[in-house]
Unconditional design. Structure first.
Ligand code: ATP
Length: 428
């Protein structure tokens, strides 16, 4: 396993050595656990670290953050703390034992040992640990055959009750299966199907399902993930009657293609919430009321709801754009939309004029500015001052349509606009 540490950056390896000696001074045992162990074993890097502490994780995280002079976010209710080191997020958790009083409910938790903590995990490949303790540093603790399952490319639950205890594991199983191109082990698949048949998901708070859905739809292979979800459990858990249409899959594939080159294409340097686009592709054909109900019930954030609803509300308007649509209408159509929404429409209309219009909007129209200022309007003797903003806005739109180049062009145009709105002013 020592070699496997090499998959971690030198900084991280040094960091682990340092926290190992801090743990020994504090007389607590610490372990690397979860996804990072899995990914190290398959030779993949993993960004964030999960450290399990047999003892008080918050006190230990405080010791680490003091040592490095880093900030430490404590979550007393969960006995966990997060430390941010360089670009990494390191979660420290107190080893715990969980008992489920009823299916789908949150478990009762109490501080415990590494063994108990591994026993509460979802799949064998996620239930391995690596000791960071002086006496056996680097030793793998694999109580459930995780290494064997990694070799055999299998997702396997630790016990038969697993999906009923926590039905969100159904989504997690599909996520890891598709991400790693693994298979669901035979009995695990049987248990998953039985949990679905027993309506286990109906017992889970929709907010927890939302979190899993977001993770699923954020994977790099959303089309495969969605197909698998749809075939194993259907899409009724999102909205009654929702089915996976071929057009939605095509759109999701197109969105992935567009996202691959969106930085270059749209010259934007920001992280997009890609899952929103995939989700919108799935539910765009549902009636507005169903979309609103779903967003409300699952507790999506306000900004996320606005993006999805604006896609739904603007779809027909965008469909009507054609080669003859004036530039100022294109500007007015796209300007109020979020960037996610624009990317969605770019992917939705691979044929026709919409793509070219979006490119014109992003490359040219958003950069158009008028050259004249309020002072120039004053020199023309234009009154009242209260119409200056309106005039300059109308001039901006006219500039887009008429390709006005110079300040003189703009002065002429603004006089024309002024003359055309004077009657309205007299009416007031
Ligand atoms: P990723 O690469 O997606 O971050 P991860 O394995 O690190 O994968 P997390 O969701 O961060 O996934 O969870 C960390 C670990 O916590 C998992 O590896 C697993 O051991 C455990 N875990 C998370 N969610 C559950 C769950 N619902 N039931 C049991 N164990 C879980």
């Amino acid at each position: 396993m020592k070699n496997k540490f090499k998959k971690l950056s030198q900084e991280t390896q040094d960091f682990l050595k340092v926290i190992s000696s801090l743990a020994s001074k504090m007389n607590v045992s610490i372990y690397l656990v979860g996804g990072v162990v899995r990914d190290m074993m398959i030779g993949k890097g993993h960004f964030d670290l999960d450290i399990l502490v047999e003892g008080d994780a918050i006190a230990f995280a405080k010791k680490v953050s003091d040592h490095y002079d880093l900030s430490c976010k404590k979550h007393h209710a969960f006995g966990t703390a997060t430390v941010y080191f360089e670009n990494y997020k390191i979660d420290f958790a107190t080893a715990r034992k969980e008992t489920y009083s009823k299916s789908g409910a949150l478990p009762k938790v109490k501080a415990s040992t590494l063994q108990d903590d591994l026993a509460r995990r979802d799949f064998t490949i996620n239930a391995m640990a690596v000791s960071l303790n002086k006496n056996d540093y680097g030793k793998i603790i694999d109580l459930y055959g995780g290494q064997k399952d990694l070799k055999a490319s299998l997702i396997r639950v630790l016990h038969d009750q697993s999906f009923m205890d926590d039905p969100t594991r159904i989504f997690r199983a599909i996520r890891f299966e598709q991400r790693l191109s693994f298979s669901l082990e035979k009995n695990t698949l049987k248990l998953l199907k039985a949990a679905v048949k027993n309506n286990a998901l109906a017992l889970v708070n929709p907010h927890r399902i939302r979190e899993e859905l977001i993770l699923l739809l954020s994977e790099n292979i959303p089309d495969r993930v969605i197909k698998r979800v749809s075939s194993l459990l259907g899409l009724n858990f999102i909205a009654k009657g929702l089915i996976l249409k071929p057009a939605a899959l095509t759109l999701i594939t197109e969105i992935s293609k567009v996202l691959k080159f969106y930085d270059r294409k749209f010259k934007k340097n920001r992280v997009l919430k890609t899952w929103i686009l995939h989700l919108a592709a799935l539910i765009i054909d549902l009636p507005l009321k169903s979309v609103e109900g779903f967003l409300e019930d699952f507790g999506f954030k306000k900004g996320e709801r606005i993006i999805i609803l604006s896609i739904k509300e603007n779809y027909l308007k965008i469909k009507k754009l054609n080669a003859k649509t004036k530039p100022h209408v294109i500007y007015q159509t796209f300007d109020p939309l979020s960037f996610e929404t624009i990317v969605f429409f770019y992917a939705s209309f691979p044929k026709g004029s919409v793509r070219k219009q979006i490119e014109d909007f992003l490359d040219d129209l958003v950069h158009v500015r008028v050259l004249i200022k309020g002072n120039d309007l004053k020199c023309l003797g234009i009154t009242p001052f209260s119409i200056y903003n309106e005039l300059l806005e109308k001039l901006l739109l006219a500039k887009m349509d008429n390709n006005l180049k110079t300040k003189e062009d703009e002065l002429e145009e603004v006089e024309r606009i002024y003359a055309s709105i004077i009657p309205d002013i007299y009416k007031q």
